[in-house]
Design a protein around this ligand. Structure first.
Ligand SMILES: Nc1ncnc2c1ncn2[C@@H]1O[C@H](COP(=O)(O)OP(=O)(O)OP(=O)(O)O)[C@@H](O)[C@H]1O
Ligand SMILES: [Mg+2]
Length: 331
């Protein structure tokens, strides 16, 4: 059963017209606006327990989508159902069923101990004392929350603050969680900690999660499915493996026993690159790998090692953002 169903969702923002398009006086009386379409009729569905990576370059509409699905914004056109609710109706029963983290906005009181903020959310979500204590215990097991809980938020490191933010967003054990760049600004160690926690937590609770991030390694560690957004449109929806399979580039790295690699430069021309005295790279595509290996055998060289390198997800995503290829249908 679909937990989230998005259909023809469009969001226009009103933006000021360029100054040149309006006389000074008119601009002063009533600044003219025009509509900017940030989301262009997107459709997708999410099943219970899915962990979706929702990615795209800056300004592609990720946060806009999360704001629509959490009821912060109302769409211009289209429908969305989250757990059967229309988010922008903002029913109380709905807000109790979702957790939200915007990496650049805090759920916590800056000057108060973390526990005080968590107690506030306990009251907002009507949790009884036992439920609350059980949740704190669980967070403590997964990421040692009790060490931080009595310290004021302003005295926490960014990584510690993010763990407390996650505790606040999850205190009511929501079945659906929205994470908009939860690791923004964290160093790589703190990022890794949050990733490990999210993985453990999601596997335990089977929460349905939508995660937006620019850290592709997080997506690889957490999500099987990814949606790629570009200029407000979905350009890929499918598995990460399928996405990787669409990219045919291969690099063959050869390590030689002797300094006789110039033969390679002759044989493969500009597709061969010398990396060091003994190491060469041959750029090719998946379908030519077999032929090239045959050619290498024919050259009768003393080879100590051969590696065939596939592009990593980070590179693939960059290629997609650059618009190098157009066929990204996920299935
Ligand atoms: N309140 C607003 N008023 C006008 N335009 C907006 C508003 N909010 C967002 N936009 C524009 O809508 C587009 C999508 O913005 P959005 O914040 O959804 O992108 P994003 O994918 O989350 O980007 P990022 O990776 O930088 O967070 C951008 O061009 C942005 O400038
Ligand atoms: Mg954003």
């Amino acid at each position: 059963m679909s937990i989230i169903k998005v259909s023809g969702l469009v969001k226009d923002y009103s933006v000021r017209k360029k100054e040149s398009e309006q006389s000074k006086l008119l601009r002063w009386i009533r600044p003219a606006t025009q509509q900017f379409r940030a989301l262009q009729a997107i459709d997708f569905e999410l099943e219970a327990g899915e962990f979706l990576g929702y990615i795209g370059p800056n300004g592609s509409g990720k946060s806009t989508t999360i704001k629509l699905l959490t009821g912060v914004l109302t769409p211009t056109e289209g429908t969305a159902q989250v757990l059967g609710f229309t988010p922008w109706k903002r029913e109380k029963r709905f807000t109790r069923k979702i957790g939200v983290i915007f990496g650049n906005k805090s759920l916590l009181f800056w000057d108060l101990p973390v526990l005080d903020s968590l107690k506030l959310y306990k009251d907002i979500y009507n949790l009884d004392e036992k439920e609350f204590q059980d949740r704190l215990e669980e967070f403590d097991k997964i990421f040692q929350l009790s060490r931080l809980i009595n310290r004021p938020v302003r005295k926490l490191s960014l990584g510690e603050r993010m763990r407390s933010e996650i505790a606040a967003a999850l205190i009511h054990n929501p079945p659906v969680l929205f994470l908009d760049e939860p690791t923004i600004g964290l160093d790589s160690l703190a990022k890794q900690e949050i990733t490990i926690f999210l993985k453990k937590y999601q596997q335990r609770e089977k929460t349905t999660v939508i995660l937006t991030t620019h850290t592709i390694s997080d997506i690889e560690a957490l999500c099987e499915r990814v949606i790629v957004l570009h200029l407000g449109k979905i350009i890929y929806d499918g598995s990460i493996n399928n996405l990787k399979g669409k990219f045919e580039d291969r690099n063959i790295i050869l390590s030689l026993k002797e300094k006789n690699g110039s033969i390679l430069l002759k044989e493969f021309g500009e597709n061969a690159v010398q990396l060091s005295d003994y190491q060469f790279e041959i750029k090719t595509t998946k379908s030519y790998v077999k032929k090239i290996l045959g050619q290498l055998i024919g050259l009768n060289m003393d080879i100590s090692d051969i590696k065939i390198i596939e592009p990593d997800l980070e590179t693939i995503i960059k290629e997609i953002y650059r618009g190098k290829t157009n066929d990204f249908s996920g299935n």
